[in-house]
Ligand binder design. Structure first.
Ligand code: ADP
Length: 470
């Protein structure tokens, strides 16, 4: 069986709580009723016994004085017919009894009576019948002269209590059933806004991400849920838009070299050419194809670094990595009149993908070389401060306008189209570098001034160094 629905669970909880309250109240009401009934009974017994005690004893052997009967009847009410009265001497011998006979005198009651104190007890007086019995001493001139006993069978009291319990036994289950029905209706009402929200969420499709869920303005849980879902929709919409833009840009980037390629071939085919001419066209075609391959590789790299590089995580020593990139940078700068060198370094290890990190650093060095005119310099350095490692690529190149420092990290953004064409960049270099760095939990920042050079910094969380972890 699967988990219960929220509605069923709410109903169960509600019913459970109501039944527990009903039971508690029933037990409390029963105890209170019982206490009151016994209290009333005891009070009546005291009143009747008091009246009998205070009657002047004209003839101790006589039965209950006839003029007392209406009085006793009044105190005991309809119970009078059941009442038992008995007069004893201090030794416990019966002097007189009224109505029905046969009340016992316990040892305890007698001892109490001789001390002048009354005793209340529940006694068996006939087969299976119990009664509440009060034994009260009659004190005259400082001496106990008689004992008055007044008793009342408990049959009626017990019957009333049993009837009360029977009533509860019917009412409590009925209350439980009613509360279950009420709970079910209540849960349905409480969950209706959620139902409505899921209905409107169903109507939002991928083509229609600008739609939002309605808020009711109550600032309650349902509104908070709508806010959360709306925020998620906004993020989805932004991501979707970005993806659409990216696809359009990528298609455009692919089409430009393909058009050039087609144009070249078309022109070559228009007339009979010499083998040399064909060779020239094929050579330039290869250039276009190379550019296409580079673009395809860059796109692949970008998609891989966006998906994440978690599968290939291992400790990467950054010092040798800087040396490798330095070597490649020196080769790139050859013949450009730009010097590439290594600045200060420090031992630093990070957790990650060595190939991807080399690619990120190389892209920065490649750009630095590309955008630095002859006579300039590029310096790669490595620094470790506390928990963080910083890879810095600094150049003395053309720099970047402060309004563009954000934009350059987006795919296919080239600041100076004319200049970029001959440098041959796809506009994906920084996007790839950034997404590799982000996948490593780091940041990529730039500080630059037009004409004043640029400084790109990759910050990564450092892995504990081997010396320290050993
Ligand atoms: P590209 O393939 O065009 O180099 P990138 O994504 O690597 O693409 O860089 C985007 C743009 O940022 C470049 O076209 C260039 O205008 C600018 N840029 C990047 N690095 C530098 C730098 N070191 N100095 C000046 N401009 C830079």
């Amino acid at each position: 069986m699967g988990p219960l629905s929220i509605r069923a669970r709410l109903t169960l909880w509600y019913t459970g709580v109501v039944v527990a309250i009903l039971l508690l109240v029933s037990v409390a009401a029963y105890s209170l009723l019982r206490w009151h009934m016994f209290n009333d009974l005891d009070a009546s017994l005291f009143t009747v016994a008091g009246v009998l005690r205070d009657v002047p004893a004209a003839d101790p052997a006589a039965p209950l004085p006839p003029d007392l009967e209406p009085l006793v009847r009044e105190f005991l009410g309809p119970e009078f017919a059941d009442a038992l009265l008995q007069l004893l001497d201090p030794e416990g011998r019966v002097r007189s009894r009224a109505l029905r006979p046969g009340l016992p005198l316990s040892r305890e009651a007698r001892i109490n009576a001789l001390r002048g104190a009354p005793t209340l007890e529940t006694v068996d007086f006939a087969k299976g019948e119990q009664a509440r019995l009060l034994t009260m001493p009659v004190v005259r001139g400082g001496r106990v002269v008689d004992l008055v006993q007044v008793a009342m069978p408990l049959r009626r009291t017990r019957q009333t209590l049993i009837r009360y319990v029977e009533t509860l036994a019917v009412l409590v289950p009925l209350g439980a059933v009613l509360s279950a029905v009420g709970g079910w209706l209540l849960a349905r009402r409480a969950l209706r806004p959620v139902d409505r929200m899921s209905q409107s969420a169903l109507r939002i499709s991928a083509e229609d991400l600008s739609r939002r869920l309605e808020r009711r303005g109550a600032e309650d849980e349902i509104d908070r849920l709508a806010d959360t879902l709306n925020a998620m929709l906004a993020r989805l919409q932004a991501a979707f838009g970005e993806m659409q833009r990216f696809t359009a840009d990528a298609a455009h980037e692919l089409r430009t070299p393909l058009t050039a390629l087609r144009g070249g071939i078309e022109v070559a085919l228009r007339a009979e050419r010499s083998p040399d001419e064909y060779r020239r066209v094929l050579a330039s075609s290869i250039e276009e194809v190379d550019q296409l391959i580079r673009l395809a590789e860059d796109l692949l790299l970008l998609s891989r670094s966006t998906v994440g590089l978690t599968a290939t995580r291992q400790p990467v020593d950054l010092e040798p990595l800087c040396l490798e990139v330095l070597e490649l940078g020196v080769r790139l700068a050859k013949g450009k009149g730009v010097t590439v060198s290594l600045g200060a370094t420090a031992p630093a290890v990070v957790h990650g993908d060595a190939v991807a990190l080399r690619r990120a650093l190389l892209n920065l060095v490649d750009n630095a070389v590309k955008y630095t005119p002859a006579g300039g310099s590029v310096v790669i350095s490595l620094d470790r401060t506390g928990e963080h490692v910083a890879l810095v690529v600094e150049d003395t190149g053309i720099g970047i306008d402060s309004t563009d420092t954000r934009r350059i990290f987006e795919p296919f953004v080239r600041l100076d189209a004319g200049r970029s064409r001959d440098t041959g960049g796809s506009g994906l270099g920084l996007a790839i570098a950034r997404s590799i760095v982000l996948a490593h939990g780091g940041t990529l920042e730039v500080e630059s001034r037009p004409g004043g050079g640029s400084r790109f910094t990759i910050r990564l969380p450092g892995a504990p160094s081997p010396e320290r972890s050993a």
